[in-house]
Design a binder for this molecule. Structure first.
Ligand code: FES
Ligand SMILES: [Fe+2]
Length: 381
């Protein structure tokens, strides 16, 4: 298969070649697509992910996904979705009709005696809905267990999840690295989240040893890496330039973000955040080489249905705008600013990392060694 990146560049990035090549993401993993609430019964929606175009629908509550491209002459069904029998999609052009669950060509209304009927079809993708997100397995291998592709705790029965989805004009890897980058905290120093909030938010972190991370690669379960900030880093609260103090970090009593981890295929967990009772889980899902969906969610442990509706209200009235938009808008802004440099493949060796970035290099290595395949343009044909 054709390499996505010049082999000379891959040679220069020999610690993590797969990662440098995976500009469209990793294949044979589960990715969240739409929020459950974005797809109503009987509705059809187009969705682009890993360079591929999908068509999603919901039938009797269950979600199905096929490639949004007609077998006959390649048009997208989503241009004008036509459905004459539940669970099927009919192409608006010449009426080839496909089963949404299997992708099989089940009829052609313009030529009902065609020999093609029942013998061919389009790609259908495995779907699972969990915690208010629609996950799709992007690949052709036997699907892995969903729990192997989400951070620990996300699927726990007593955890309630609420979130939002946004489009960001930057490659998905820039998203991962922005989230996992400990010293990027500097961009949040004027965040509205800090107004009247007692959280401690330093300007940066000085690693006090080389062991500031823990790698998790057991056979079973998700593969990821923890940044052990609280144990092995000294927070920096005073910003100095040439001996003069010019800035102060936000000194508060409430400790948050003591446990930050990133997991394949590109999802971050920050625990606790933005409040001691919450955990943030956020995905950076490749759309194409230059865009990703930022699916940011908050989880809280709940015991009763009253807890659940109290969390739903708190999410809508407070955290959605203050944290997932207000605070994380800084991150979106930073990622889009970084894209200009990293859209050039040479950036992966021309960058100059510094000591606290060791966790980022470790993440790149882990992703290179434990991914289930690289998404390539050949897979879209
Ligand atoms: S292009 Fe779809 S039926 Fe002809
Ligand atoms: Fe951030």
């Amino acid at each position: 298969m054709k390499p996505l990146v010049d082999p000379d560049i891959l040679e220069k990035c020999s610690l993590y070649p797969d990662y440098v090549e995976a500009k469209l993401g990793f294949r044979n993993h589960w990715y969240p697509t739409l929020l459950s609430e974005e797809l109503a019964e009987g509705e059809f929606k187009a969705h682009e992910i890993l360079g591929d175009r999908l068509l999603l629908t919901r039938v009797d509550g269950e979600v199905f996904a096929v490639r949004d491209r007609c077998l006959h002459r390649g048009v997208p069904f989503s241009r004008k979705p036509e459905c004459y029998k539940k669970g099927t999609i009919t192409c608006w052009y010449h009426a080839f009709t496909f089963d949404m669950a299997s992708g099989e060509l089940v009829d052609i209304m313009t030529n009902p005696r065609s020999n093609l009927i029942g013998k061919t079809g389009i790609a259908a993708f495995p779907v699972q809905e969990a915690k208010g997100l629609i996950f799709i397995f992007m690949g052709d291998d036997e699907p892995a267990a969903l729990k192997d592709d989400v951070p620990p705790g996300f699927l726990d029965e007593d955890v309630c999840i609420r979130g939002i989805r946004q489009e960001v004009a930057a490659n998905w890897r820039i998203g991962c690295e922005n989230g996992f980058d400990s010293t990027h905290v500097f961009i949040h120093k004027e965040s509205i989240l800090l107004d009247g909030n007692d959280i401690a938010l330093p300007l940066g972190f000085v690693p006090t040893s080389r062991d500031t991370f823990k790698v998790v690669t057991e056979e079973e379960g998700p593969k990821g890496i923890y940044d052990l900030l609280a144990e092995h880093c000294e927070p920096v609260f005073e910003g100095t330039v040439q001996g003069e103090t010019v800035l102060q970090g936000h000194m508060g009593e409430t400790r948050v973000a003591s446990d930050i981890s990133i997991w394949l295929p590109g999802v971050l967990r920050v625990d606790p955040w933005p409040d001691p009772s919450l955990t943030q889980f956020e995905w950076y899902v490749p759309i194409d080489e230059e865009r990703h969906y930022y699916i940011a969610t908050l989880g809280r442990k709940i015991a009763t249905s009253e807890d659940e509706s109290a969390f739903a209200d708190e999410f809508e009235n407070k955290w959605k705008d203050l944290a997932l938009r207000g605070f994380n808008d800084d991150d979106i802004w930073a990622r889009e600013a970084q894209q200009t440099f990293y859209k050039n493949d040479e950036a992966w060796y021309k960058e100059q990392l510094f000591e606290p970035d060791r966790n980022i290099s470790k993440w790149r290595q882990l992703a290179s060694e434990h991914n289930r395949g690289i998404q390539r343009y050949e897979h879209l044909l």
